[in-house]
Every structure is written in structure tokens, then in C-alpha cells.
Design a protein around this ligand. Structure first.
Ligand code: FES
Ligand SMILES: [Fe+2]
Length: 387
């Protein structure tokens, strides 16, 4: 069979084969239904352990195009520590804590993207750092006879650029082996060539819900035709889904309407026209390969019952004209506002409201929700390891 599947046929051929199998034979018989205790979402002690774990793992906070030029800076607060990600004059991307080394003042006050000219100047006593985080000026230097300047550079955090995304770990001092962590999804993400893409728009919001309830919504193919019936549900008419673990992450694919017919007639072009690959990078980065664009979203836990949501709609190139812009506006409105915010996050808030009602001691999950069990097991294992 002749097929033209993006540019790395092996992983997409594999997913396609598995998806055809679920259409023909139903879900993998080795998977079972299962339950999870509601305490998992309501226990504050457990939540603090989760947040501590999250600070030791990579999270995608931006697309490389948003931090491309020297001096491009992102002040980001949702990792549990205040972070600056900045492109140095030398072209190297660095992450550091947004905290002055004199007496701790926040250096860049406003969260979000900005352009920094020379470096960072502390408003309190005027200590100054360059774009690389080096302490370059201490007013009235003679007041600090024993000061070791080199030991007072901004505190560095591990950061890397991979798959066109910027990944940061919120724990100072440590080195992080990004490669072995992200490698399992290299075959899927590399062929998409996201390095050369741009962000059409970033959407952010908060939602009153536990972060794990949100992650579950993106590990579940079962809800698509129901919750999303007025938006994207019809695109997935008669859908089946297939999921598998990829290292600590999850790789999944959901068939779109016409999947069977396209397979039977051999009319398969880009896999994204007939199915939607969806990934969860453990723990909290969501990645959806939509037809013609991708969504990278992250659910940052900011409280036991609150998340900060960040979604970059990533497109192949800057819109050339008004028509192209209007096309992406429509996609943004559909995916960010109507689907993610209006349906997925909305339903998570509805769950949160009844969490402590006593209706459920445990939640019940079916076979198609199996990735939720894998993800919880990974979380559990890593929290135990940390203890
Ligand atoms: S706290 Fe920054 S210079 Fe004093
Ligand atoms: Fe959904």
C-alpha cells in the first residue's frame, strides 16, 4: 500500500496499524477497567509532594520562535518558582530564577514575554545582571568588602530546546538529562519540524480544578464524541482510539470521521487528515497534532483546586494575508476558547465541584481510559522514589 505519512513513516505506520486493529477488533483485550480513589485529588499533603516532583521534571513553557532573538525574555511564574528564560547575546538560551541575589527582589516584575536590552536591573538597591545572568554591577561596591561576585550570579535552572519547544526544570543547581527523558517521543515529534514553526497566539486562563483531573481529560479518548459533540466531536464520528506508553509519556491516536473509508481506498495522505495523534509528556505537557497545526498546552498546578492553563497554537508560518489570519483566528477560537476552555476545562470544574460530595469514593474508568492508569502509576512511582 502506497502512503504518504508525514516524513517518518515508521511511527505513523505503526500507529495506523494499531488503530486499524482497534477498528477491526476493538480495544486491546489485555487492558481492563479500573478505579482511582477520589482522595488522589483532594489530599493536600499528596498535592505538595506532586508539586515538589513537578519541579524536578521538564515542562514546556514556550515555543522557540517566542524566544528567538537575543534579549527575548519570558518571565514565568507557574512552575512554583519565579523563572526567567532569556536568549543571551551569544545566542544561548538560559533559564534562571527571577530573584535578585542581594536581598531577593523580583527582577522582571510582569509575567510574560518582553524584550530586555542590556540585562536586569534590580529596583531596590540597583544590583545589575547581564543577559547571561552574570552580576555586573554593585552600587557602592566598597560596602561589601567580602562579596564574591561570581557566587552571586542569577541562579541557573536546567533548560533545553527540543522539538521546537523550550523545556525548563524548576530546580536550581541540578543538571538534567533531557535527552533520555524526551527521546521516547523523538520519532513522533521530530518529523513535524516544529523548529521552523511560529506561534499564532498564546491563550492562558485559570480553572478551578485539580491538575490531575485536567491531565485525565487529555489521556481519555472516550469523551470526545460526547463532551465535544457541538464542536470537534463530529470530526471524530464513529471514532476509535489507540494508546501506548512511550517511556514515562503517553502516545495516543484517535481516528477521525472517514478513517475506515480512507484506509479501505488507500487514500491516506497526511495521517493528521484521518486521525489525530495526541501526546502527554509526563507530567503536564499536552501536545495535539491537529490537521495543519499543533497545540502545545500545559496544566500547571497552582493550588490543590486550581490550575494555570497555557496553550500555544503553533502554525507552520506567519499568516501571509488577512485570509490566512482569519483562518487561524477561527482555529484559535474553536480550539482554545470553545474546546479547551469551554468544554475540557469547564467539565473539569464541574467534576471539582462534586469531588468532596461523597457521591464517589472512587472513580471508575473503562478500557479506553487506560492511559490515565499508566499516568497515575508513573506519578505514584516517582513520588515514592522521591520520598
Ligand atoms: S534586593 Fe536587589 S539590589 Fe537589593
Ligand atoms: Fe477533550
Amino acid at each position: 500500500m502506497e502512503r504518504n505519512l508525514v516524513s517518518n513513516p515508521s511511527i505513523y505506520e505503526h500507529l495506523l496499524g494499531k488503530l486499524i486493529g482497534t477498528y477491526e477488533r476493538g480495544p486491546d483485550p489485555s487492558l481492563g477497567d479500573f478505579q482511582i480513589s477520589v482522595d488522589a485529588y483532594t489530599d493536600p499533603v499528596r498535592f505538595e509532594r506532586e508539586r515538589a516532583l513537578l519541579r524536578t521534571l521538564p515542562t514546556a513553557v514556550a515555543h522557540v520562535s517566542q524566544l528567538a532573538a537575543p534579549g527575548s525574555c519570558l518571565a514565568h511564574d507557574a512552575l512554583g518558582v519565579p523563572v526567567l528564560v532569556v536568549r543571551g547575546r551569544d545566542g544561548v538560551l538560559r533559564a534562571m530564577l527571577n530573584v535578585c541575589r542581594h536581598r531577593g527582589t523580583r527582577l522582571v516584575e510582569k509575567a510574560g514575554f518582553s524584550k530586555v536590552k542590556k540585562g536586569f536591573h534590580c529596583v531596590y538597591h540597583g544590583w545589575t545582571y547581564d543577559l547571561e545572568g552574570k552580576l555586573t554591577h554593585v552600587p557602592r561596591r566598597e560596602l561589601f568588602p567580602t562579596l564574591d561576585e561570581c557566587a552571586h550570579d542569577l541562579t541557573a535552572l536546567p533548560v533545553t530546546e527540543r522539538f521546537g519547544l523550550v523545556w525548563v526544570v524548576g530546580t536550581p543547581g541540578e543538571r538534567f538529562d533531557f535527552d533520555s527523558f524526551l527521546d521516547p517521543l523523538e520519532p513522533d515529534l521530530a518529523p513535524l519540524g516544529l523548529e521552523s514553526h511560529v506561534v499564532f497566539r498564546r491563550g492562558t486562563t485559570t480553572a478551578r480544578t485539580n491538575w490531575k483531573i485536567v491531565m485525565e481529560a487529555f489521556l481519555d479518548g472516550y469523551h470526545v464524541r460526547h463532551l465535544h459533540k457541538k464542536t470537534v466531536g463530529p470530526y471524530f464520528e464513529g471514532h476509535q482510539s489507540y494508546s501506548e506508553p512511550a517511556g514515562p509519556h503517553v502516545r495516543a491516536i484517535v481516528g477521525r470521521g472517514g478513517f475506515r473509508e480512507a484506509i479501505e481506498s488507500d487514500a491516506v495522505g497526511d495521517i493528521r487528515d484521518i486521525a489525530t495523534p495526541t501526546y502527554v509528556f509526563f507530567p503536564s505537557t499536552i501536545f495535539v497534532a491537529q490537521p495543519g497545526f499543533v497545540s502545545r498546552a500545559t496544566a500547571y498546578p497552582t493550588g490543590l483546586d486550581e490550575i494555570y492553563w497555557e496553550h500555544d497554537l503553533i502554525i507552520p508560518e506567519e499568516p501571509e494575508d488577512e485570509k490566512a489570519k482569519a483562518h487561524w483566528e477561527l482555529n484559535y477560537e474553536l480550539i482554545q476558547n470553545r474546546v479547551f476552555k469551554g468544554e475540557d476545562l469547564w467539565v473539569c470544574e464541574q467534576i471539582q465541584r462534586g469531588l468532596k460530595s461523597g457521591a464517589n469514593e472512587r472513580f471508575t474508568y473503562g478500557v479506553e481510559e487506560a492511559p490515565i492508569e499508566w499516568w497515575h502509576a508513573e506519578l505514584e512511582r516517582r513520588i515514592e522514589e522521591m520520598a
